[in-house]
Design a protein around this ligand. Sequence first.
Ligand code: TYD
Length: 140
Amino acid sequence: MKNNTVFNCSIVDLSKVHTIAGNITVVENGDNIPFEVKRVYYLYDVPAGEERGGHAHYELEQYIVAASGSFDVTLDDGLNKKKFTLNRPNLALHVVPGLWREINNFSSGSITMVLASEIYKEEDYIRNYEDFLKLKKWFL
Ligand code: TYD
């Protein structure tokens, strides 16, 4: 379990190319993301009032983007909690490994796009909060 805190996470401005026909935002390996992207996934059709996340990762690093609409991401390192509201497609929340996350307050029709540093591995998840706290106690 990585020795990270919520203070290692921040909102990154991905910047945008504006034209009269609309905007484009680019995320490119080696440019505006601090890890190689191996997987992209997105959450959509999330029912009103639903909550996602509820887990931590040993190694996975992510950029979380509100590709459409808005939602809140709450990060927790076992000592501190920090809530981020994502509501612009040109902003990414950089989530480092070793943090518990909850995602809620999804607006209707929102799309949560996640750029991830690894392919899907269930063994990288910690899905029990008590287990997470025990693992973090060694570091915090
Ligand atoms: P999970 O990561 O727990 O969802 P969330 O954090 O958004 O609440 O994944 C939900 C389900 O989807 C789980 O059964 C595993 C599956 N899944 C994959 O098969 N591949 C993936 O890349 C992801 C992210 C999830």
